[in-house]
Design a protein around this ligand. Structure first.
Ligand code: TYM
Length: 326
């Protein structure tokens, strides 16, 4: 039997998880468990790179861990742990930092955007190097992410190649796994910008914990486009196209099929159908979320962290040897 390839991904415990995170990444975490050895991480150290309140971080970590389990991450098949419980992430990050070019880090779009808002600070600048360490410490082959992480993945690939070239082949050069539909879910209030946890308007996104009424109201008030036909055209009809992507992700039918069915139905009927698909799609996740206990979640996080520490220590032994520390 050939060994399974390994998948790693991380999600920040900031704010409340939304359907963009779910469609763009979370659902894939669950699917990939069938085929890969899967490792998932609540990246609490990354969440400290913008101003935050310690109380919110503590709560956010617990909520995110519980939500990931509710989505279907299966502790029998996957590891799921908090990043800061495995100190080797930060240790490898230091070493990779010695290989990362200032120019390349300065070009990172997320750094530029976030430093405009949060102010320049070394943690934010070094963020993508820590992300590379997250992936490489587990010598992962593939990384499920949304579209906004492709630049960080490119940096990870560069750092893996640079390390291998300089110190000998140690890291697989990881591939991004980006979904065909829903890689960039956009805001319900401004369909030309990304749906984001940090958008001040909660109407811009559907949270996984929203009630059916909240979901229906947010989708009904989503900004749509001129005209009345339901057609998929990201340029001319960004609002309707975004809703079609969300619809398709939750309903399972293709965008073409849904656009054909609702073409002349009118925006009102179309939006109601989208809302219904989202409500139905989230129901099992919400039920699972409600039935998990804090103890269960805590136990999974602790047990996984212990295994992850062992695996990460194995990689660090090889790295230390390769770079001349031991
Ligand atoms: P984060 O926490 O912002 O988002 C988690 C995942 O959700 C995806 N995503 C989206 N997908 C589609 N549409 C959207 N509107 C949308 N918003 C977010 C993100 O692409 C991501 O996959 N830097 C990462 C966290 C991270 C990481 C890692 C990821 C740290 N280390 C190692 C992979 C591997 C981040 O901020 O994700």
């Amino acid at each position: 039997m050939t060994e399974k390839k390994r998948v790693f991904s991380g999600i920040q415990p900031t704010g409340n998880i939304h359907i963009g995170n779910y469609i763009g990444a979370g659902r894939n975490y669950v699917r990939l468990q069938e085929e890969y050895e899967t490792i998932y991480c609540v990246v609490d150290l990354h969440a400290m790179t913008v101003p935050y309140d310690p109380k919110d971080l503590r709560e956010g970590k617990a909520i995110m861990a519980r939500m990931l389990l509710a989505m279907g991450i299966d502790p029998e098949r996957s590891l799921l742990y908090h990043q800061s419980d495995v100190p080797q992430h930060a240790e490898l990050s230091w070493i990779l930092g010695t290989l990362a070019g200032m120019g390349q880090l300065e070009r990172m779009t997320q750094y530029k955007e976030k430093s405009d808002k949060a102010g320049q600070q070394f943690g934010l600048f070094a963020y993508p190097v820590l992300m590379a360490a997250d992936i490489l410490i587990h010598r992962a082959h593939a990384v499920p992410v949304g579209d906004d992480q492709t630049q960080h993945l490119e940096l990870t690939r560069d750092l893996a190649e640079r390390f291998n070239h300089r110190f000998g082949d140690l890291f697989p050069v990881p591939e991004a796994i980006i979904p065909e539909v829903g890689a960039r879910v956009t805001s319900l209030t401004d369909p030309t910008s990304k749906m984001s946890k940090s958008d001040p308007s909660p109407k811009s996104r559907v949270h996984l914990t929203d009630t059916p009424d909240e979901i229906a109201s947010k989708i009904r008030s989503a900004v749509t486009d001129a005209g009345s036909e339901v057609v998929y055209d990201r340029e001319a009809k960004p609002g309707i196209s975004n809703l079609l992507e969300i619809f398709s992700a939750f309903d399972g039918r293709s965008i073409e099929e849904l656009a054909a069915e609702y073409r002349d139905a009118g925006y009102g009927i179309f939006k109601n159908a989208v809302a219904e698909a989202v409500i139905d799609g989230l129901r099992p996740v919400q039920e699972a979320y409600a039935s998990l206990t804090d103890e269960e979640v805590h136990r999974v996080m602790e047990t996984s962290a212990e295994k992850a520490r062992e695996m990460a220590a194995g990689t660090m032994r090889l790295v230390r040897e390769a770079v001349g520390l031991t």
